[in-house]
Design a protein around this ligand. Structure first.
Ligand code: FAD
Length: 491
């Protein structure tokens, strides 16, 4: 993977983002490691021990701030987040998670959970907390008879696709290789295959969880737990230690086309948005599309696993006005999706949900002003709108999952990327202003996996009518609110 030098980082980011048509740049670490990499000896304490210093065991290695391996385990994908946990518990197994919870309970340290470390707002790391690091628990097991995938939470999407491809199977997930399967699924999870097979969480069949009291639960016996983990399970009331998914046949080929429209005025960008929204109801269920405005330049990506005449009609119409067209290309499935796996290193960014939409009418009034703001922004700013709908909107799924946004067929994401910590305030202000325009324009529903710490009424924005039921589960599994982050469900 191309690795940027510091001075070429902005250019690299732009190119990498445009290749992925604005799909967030991400980490391509897609191997399954064999064990947690912290190396303290069982029964010993971390380097800077005090009276309350936790003792490492064969199940969990505790790290304090002065330990050599602390920085590596604290690292998350977003370099903007600088919070430092007091203790990191690097878990090898479920027993280790229980031991970490027992220690946090005894010392009254709040618990945050890290699997893939890709939370936009760094909800897996909190100042002064105990971070339960699940990244070393990342083993997949595919059962050829049942066609079920049993997987540990620290597995990353790139590795999951590679592993399942050996069996000709997939779970419908995002494209960025470094995203953790746990965080993605527990908040919903969408990607190229969601319109055909549903959200990632719709394929979830069972979970195991250690709750805030250190007790282990299996959702086979607790259907409410499975419901909650389908869109409402991110760091809210327990630590998921195992996930079981039904899998789907992987298609032999992955097709993608791309259209670029350069140097647009805000009005032109808005017109192209209206046209794109107008075409999307004809998009086949096997297809996905994104509308990605990066400064003054627009990229439209269209992918499909079984293209036919309906798709070709859309592609023909998208050609009008394009300054550059990459016609539909056909790749073998795995290399095809790997073209969109993104960058490799942690980066500075402030990305947030820009809301769900029913269609163009939800954005019409404010889009020209938002496009203007994006064009004038002092940091690299992107508005990406993704197609949802298809199987995600299947009414039969409504009661099965905490995810509350099934009727909304489009999801917006606002992204800002930059090079230096000194630009953080500018990036945050840019997002604040555009988010403010969206809120003022009536956008109320937001994606939990694209959190924004400043969003008003986040409880209903993320969880809608599911919030009250999630609170009931919080009271049951974590009444003392040991497991928490700035936007976790409150008892
Ligand atoms: C580059 C990039 C690309 C992305 N692409 C997509 C995409 O295509 N589709 C999509 O839907 N989303 C996408 N996302 C958003 C992604 O789904 C969320 O950021 C997700 O929560 C990340 O999960 P993680 O395990 O990597 O992160 P973490 O930071 O480890 O965790 C994220 C959240 O989940 C909770 N959590 C993690 N592990 C557990 C566990 N074992 N038990 C309980 N709670 C847990 C944490 O408390 C935290 O709140 C992307 C994000 C990035 C940064």
């Amino acid at each position: 993977m191309l690795k940027p030098t510091d001075h070429s980082r902005r250019k690299f980011l732009l190119e990498s983002l445009l290749l992925a048509a604005g799909l967030p740049a991400c980490q391509a670490d897609n191997v399954f490691t064999s064990a947690p990499t912290a190396t303290s000896t069982p029964g010993t304490s971390p380097a800077n021990s005090t009276v309350n210093t936790p003792l490492s065991t064969n199940n969990v290695h505790f790290l304090l701030r002065n330990d050599a391996e602390y920085a590596k385990h604290r690292q998350i994908f977003n370099k903007r987040i600088t919070a430092m946990p007091k203790v990191i518990a690097v878990c090898s197994n479920e027993k280790g998670v229980q031991e970490a919870v027992a220690y946090a309970s005894k010392t009254k340290l709040p618990i945050t959970v890290k699997s893939g470390g890709h939370s936009f707002e760094g909800f897996s790391v909190m100042e002064g907390s105990l971070m339960v690091d699940m990244s070393g628990m990342n083993k997949p097991i595919y059962n050829k008879t049942s066609k079920l995938l049993t997987i540990q939470p620290g597995a990353k999407l790139g590795g999951v696709y590679e592993y399942l491809n050996r069996f000709g199977r997939l779970i419908p997930a995002g494209s960025c290789a470094g995203v953790g399967v746990a965080g993605l699924t527990l908040g919903g999870g969408y990607g190229f295959f969601a319109r055909q097979f549903g959200l990632t969480c719709d394929s979830l069949q069972r979970v195991r969880m250690v709750d805030g009291k250190g007790q282990v639960h299996d959702s086979s016996n607790e259907p409410d737990l499975l419901w909650a983990c389908k869109g409402g399970g991110n760091g809210n009331f327990g630590i998921i230690t195992e996930l079981e998914f039904k899998t789907h046949p992987a298609p032999p080929f992955f097709h993608s086309a791309r259209f670029k429209y350069r140097n647009l005025s805000p009005e032109q960008a808005t017109q192209l948005a209206e046209r794109w929204f107008g075409l999307m109801p004809g998009l086949p269920k096997t297809a996905y599309s994104s509308w990605v405005l990066n400064g003054k330049h627009l990229t439209v990506l269209v992918t499909d696993t079984a293209p036919g005449t309906a798709l070709n009609t859309i592609l023909d119409k998208l050609k009008t006005g394009a300054t550059e067209v990459t016609p539909l290309r056909k790749d073998a499935f795995l290399p095809g999706i790997q073209r969109f796996r993104g960058g490799t290193d942690p980066m500075y960014f402030k990305n947030v949900s820009a809301g769900y939409y029913t269609g163009f009418k939800d954005l019409k009034a404010m889009l020209p002003a938002i496009c203007q703001k994006i064009a004038n922004a002092k940091v690299n700013t992107i508005l990406q709108i993704n197609t949802l709908g298809g199987e995600i909107s299947n009414p039969a799924l409504e009661a099965t999952a905490a995810y509350p946004h099934r009727t909304l067929a489009y999801l917006g994401e606002l992204q800002t990327y930059y090079d230096k910590p000194a630009q953080t305030a500018t990036a945050e202000q840019t997002v604040r202003e555009i988010q403010g325009m969206l809120t003022k324009g009536g956008i109320r529903a937001h994606y939990r996996n694209y959190p924004d710490v400043e969003i008003p009424n986040w409880e209903t924005a993320y969880y809608g009518k599911s919030y009250a039921r999630l609170q009931t589960l919080k009271r049951k599994y974590d009444p003392d609110n040991l497991i928490r982050h700035p936007q976790s469900v409150r008892a």
